[in-house]
Design a protein around this ligand. Structure first.
Ligand SMILES: *Cc1c(COP(=O)(O)O)cnc(C)c1O
Length: 392
């Protein structure tokens, strides 16, 4: 079988659904997860002979049923770079940067949307709606254009300008709304109800997560099926973190890796850190973060649908969650640029400075193998880095 998708399952109440159900959240409010026949996937996939560099080399554990239904822009492989100079500056001997800026629309969001858009189109969807802080909108618009779907993208008014320009170039219907991504989400929900768009909001459908989980598969593949000790990820909606955590369980079930796991680290901005606060309080869910403010647009998520899943992954992995200041975020971008020649997005600047804190506290030890994600390109944030410049 091309895909070993078996059924869908609610992550909160465990209710199951037939695999070809076009679905958003469960009626209980829980995010839906895709489940596979993993034994069959393992029997039909030789992990040492995965073909090509596209994300779709993992097709057995992805939901799309027919190869013709794939909508791809060549996403999937990105370099896992040894970052020796930056490692030395931090006091780490084995630091790597996974540079997601090399994806087609410049961020890891492409991994989610190649899968979500392919599957939505396969299930007959014609129009999609999505609230976005930036990169998700660009990725949704790009893949929707390629699939021939109409995309309706709602950004908070203060979104970095590049995202707007880019979505318009992709022919999407774009609207700027007052408030944060959660407010943009309300407009999307209205449009979905009124016009029958399919809602592609973070974790409100099962398949963006399936694309993101491929970051876990790819990392294992790039490290010859040995996972690192620590993964540091800038966290907004949480799909990166939750997706990788899911991939590890699947890979173990397929016999591709053992039972040891990386410690997962969520880094947020001090101006919007609901997951850090919930983690520190030992809570299972995160409370809404009032007056969220950070220049790292992808981290400006005051309330995440997947909060419980994120917190569970952090705890099960013996990981942690840290917040960093706005000043530190800009420093982080500068340090990654100067040491490694990578123009990082502010979200990754945050991740780097979160890692720095953890090394200083001794939570990460010098000899540990650490993977830091640069989740997207700094080029989309020029008006954020230089707010007073002439860029209009
Ligand atoms: C969306 C985004 C994030 C946050 O990712 P989640 O998976 O939603 O937590 C981090 N960095 C960038 C550049 C993003 O676009």
């Amino acid at each position: 079988m091309f895909s070993c998708l078996d059924h869908l399952e609610c992550s909160a109440c465990s209710r199951t659904f037939e695999r070809h159900t076009l679905i958003n959240l469960c009626s209980c409010g829980g995010p839906i997860l895709a489940r596979y026949r993993l034994e069959e996937a393992a029997n039909t996939t030789d992990r040492h002979r995965l073909k090509g560099h596209s994300l779709w080399r993992y097709h057995a554990i992805l939901p799309v049923q027919r190869p013709e239904a794939i909508v791809s822009l060549g996403e999937g492989m990105t370099p896992l770079l040894p970052a020796d100079k930056l490692g030395k500056a931090l006091g780490l001997r084995r630091l790597y940067i996974q540079n997601e800026a090399l994806n087609p629309s410049g961020s890891f969001k492409d991994l989610g949307f190649t899968v979500a858009i392919s599957r939505a189109a396969e299930l007959g969807v014609k129009e999609v709606g999505i609230p976005s802080a930036g990169n998700a909108g660009s990725a949704a618009a790009a893949y929707a254009a390629r699939a021939g779907l109409r995309a309706h993208i709602f950004f908070p008014r203060d979104v970095p300008k590049a995202f707007l320009t880019e979505c318009e170039a992709f022919g999407a219907h774009v609207e700027l709304v007052d408030g944060k991504i959660n407010d943009a989400g309300k407009h999307v929900a209205e449009g979905c109800k009124k016009y029958g768009w399919f809602d592609l909001s973070t974790l409100k459908e099962p398949y963006r997560l399936e694309g993101k989980k491929c970051m876990g598969y790819r990392l294992a593949e790039q490290l010859d099926w040995e996972l690192p000790d620590v993964i540091v990820y800038p966290t907004g909606g949480g799909t990166g973190l939750i997706g990788m955590w899911k991939s590890f369980a699947e890979m173990e079930a397929m016999g591709w890796i053992g039972s040891s796991r990386p410690r997962m680290v969520s880094v947020q901005a001090a101006g919007c850190a609901p997951i850090v606060r919930a983690f520190e309080r030992g809570a299972e869910r995160a409370e809404f973060w009032e007056n969220a403010a950070t220049l790292a647009a992808g981290l400006r998520v005051p309330s995440a649908v997947g909060d419980a899943l994120m917190l569970r992954a952090l705890r099960e992995s013996k990981g942690t969650a840290v917040a960093v200041s706005e000043e530190a975020i800009l420093d982080g971008v500068q340090q990654m640029g100067q040491c490694e020649g990578i123009f990082a997005c502010p979200e990754a600047g945050a991740a780097l400075m979160g890692l720095r804190q953890l090394v200083e506290q001794g939570w990460v030890r010098p000899e540990e193998r650490v993977v830091l994600f640069n989740t997207g390109s700094g080029l989309k944030y020029l008006d954020v880095f230089h707010p007073r410049s002439a860029i209009q």
